[in-house]
Design a binder for this molecule. Structure first.
Ligand code: 6MZ
Length: 362
């Protein structure tokens, strides 16, 4: 495990509200319990439970959103989530979140995102490369080469970029509002759009206009696709040819053929897929086939809080389940750089960090 924590890694599929520390969630829930907003004893076991069906996961998200959706809390959880990823040597994090309106807290989608950005800038334990954060992107103050953890003289550096999620419960108008917000916040670290939410809710056609608009204006798009069996939707999503796909658990033979021919990178979330039973076991997980065929893929956490995982754990799991050695896992981590929603300058900086770490591999 330690070795997997020590190598540089790239995280491209992490939902903010799914990545909250249990300790923070319990603390916030206890506070709301004292204020009689919720009954703490009713929610404690829900937060601490480990095995969750897909339905239970989305019930938990509704609870998490009650607990977290005010500006101060959004700022706090963003800061903590970034610190947690940085502490295990994630050097580039594309953090996704659904901009939320909460009238009772005077929150708009924009003010929600401003709170997220304040959280990014509030990180103090590591250097965060984020627009207007005064950390030089090209500066190699990075301390992550293998087994060379922060030693007090060098500080860790993490690039943070944001994806705005459209929730499948939303209307076309709400999805469009999110895309327009993303476009307005492009200079502020927003690099793309994600479509997520309970996969049994909503219709692809509802989101298509907003996604097309996003694409026309140059935003990259990643879709949760095939998390449940829905052949028509999977085909429609493949027709769209997104820049990346998350999950891809219920693909038919033709879907695989098309995705492979388009070379669409897949965000693989092993623990999430197994816990929610989207895939019955690691033996039959599509990671094995995609890896063998050298299809572009990236290991991700999905919801490190909800599924009690971390990116290092996901690497460890893949290595042991599929018999991959250190060199292969390092290459897997390095390849992820090619699939991020950023320009070549950023990719070049990340490649050079991996090159430096590679020298210390053996
Ligand atoms: C689909 C998921 C998800 O946006 O409030 N989300 N959507 N499949 C999954 N697999 C388990 N995990 C998380 O983070 C929480 C939201 O992310 C989406 C859901 O819409 C969830 O409400 P944010 O920060």
């Amino acid at each position: 495990m330690e070795w997997f924590a020590s190598i540089p890694k790239v995280e491209l599929h992490a939902h903010l509200n799914g990545s909250i520390r249990d300790s923070t969630l319990l603390e916030l829930a206890r506070d709301l319990g004292e204020k009689h907003v919720i009954v703490f004893s009713d929610v404690e076991h829900v937060i601490l439970k480990n095995d969750r069906s897909l339905t239970e996961v989305f019930k938990l998200f509704d609870l998490i959103h009650i607990i977290t959706t005010d500006h101060g809390t959004v700022k706090r959880i963003t800061k903590e989530v970034i610190e947690d990823f940085a502490s295990e040597n994630v050097i580039y994090l594309e953090l996704r979140t659904t901009p939320k309106r909460n009238d009772s807290k005077g929150m708009t989608k924009r003010s929600y995102m401003e709170a997220v950005m304040e959280g990014v800038r509030a990180v103090s334990t590591v250097d965060v490369v984020f627009p207007h954060n005064n950390v030089d992107a090209g500066s190699h103050i990075i301390s992550v080469p293998v087994n060379d953890m922060c030693n007090g003289t060098t500080r860790k550096k993490i690039y943070v970029r944001l994806l705005l999620s459209i929730d499948r419960r939303e209307s076309t108008a709400a999805a469009m509002e999110t895309v327009k917000l993303a476009l307005e916040m492009r200079d502020l670290g927003v690099v793309g759009i994600d479509l997520s939410g309970n996969p049994v809710v909503g219709e692809w056609i509802t989101f298509l206009p907003a996604l097309k608009f996003a694409r026309e204006h140059g935003l990259d798009i990643t879709l949760h696709c095939g998390e449940v069996p829905n052949p028509k939707e999977i085909q429609a999503m493949l027709d769209f040819i997104p820049q990346r796909i998350g999950h891809a658990c219920y693909f038919g033979e033709d879907d695989w053929k098309r995705m492979k021919s388009y070379k669409i990178p897949v965000e693989i979330c092993l623990t999430s897929n197994i816990t929610t039973a989207s895939v019955s076991s690691l033996d039959v997980h599509h990671f094995a086939d995609l890896y063998k065929e050298k299809h572009p893929l990236v290991l991700c956490t999905d919801d490190s809080g909800v599924f009690s995982t971390s990116l290092s754990k996901e690497y460890n799991l893949a290595a042991s389940a599929y018999g991959l050695g250190k060199r292969e896992m390092f290459e897997l981590a390095r390849n992820a750089v090619e699939f991020l929603f950023e320009n070549d300058e950023v990719k070049q900086d990340l490649r050079s960090i991996f090159d430096l770490a590679a020298k210390k591999l053996d």
